[in-house]
Design a protein around this ligand. Sequence first.
Ligand code: F6R
Length: 241
Amino acid sequence: MRIYKAKNYDEMSRQAANVISAQVIMKPNCVLGLATGSSPLGTYKQLIDWNNKGDLDFSGVKTVNLDEYKGLTKENDQSYYYFMYNNLFKHINIDLKNTNIPDGTEPDSAIECARYNRVIDDIGGIDLQLLGIGHNGHIGFNEPDSEFAKMTHCVDLTESTIEANKRFFASIDDVPRQAYTMGIKTIMQAKKILLIASGADKARILREALCGPVTPQVPASILQLHNDVIVVADEAAMAEF
Ligand code: F6R
């Protein structure tokens, strides 16, 4: 595991974008695993900038996203499809046919999870998986549990996640209760993993995940067992190292 300390969010974003762009340059038809949330926004802005300047070409790149709320359409501004389209895909020269996100509108979890596992298999696995980390150590929507969930599955969101997410919705009743997420085994099968973290509120969990025991109670702790992980975190998130 290589850990890079950045001064602040902007530097973290540039360094993370450097790792992604190196991957795209080395393998123009690579598969990128992508995340949503506030952590990767600056990284995506940097990638957009390089793409618009003609320095980075996404025309051969394929993507698979980690997760999606169950029940939300692509048009819903809280869906992860909407996030990816508006914060990355529409700004770069990627072929939308090469982008994949779990389909939140498929009501049958077994059908959607099997479909998404097939998508990842057919695409040949993930070259570089970008991850953020939740305050409880979640990666994707893999919440603390008694065991590591392996493949794509449907999760019941915890009350605390629903509570945390309600600020984005008109009322708490609109917050989705379930989500589809890539499983831990699929994440661990990525050839390379890039974990980014910013802010003092991530300091405790980052230390626990990277230096504490490997346990499904801290899902990100499994990354200690992967042989090619790059962590880029800013000073505030690295405060406990
Ligand atoms: C997002 C995802 C989540 C986030 C995590 C951190 O697709 O899978 O695991 O990476 O919740 O979120 P932020 O970056 O908003 O702190």
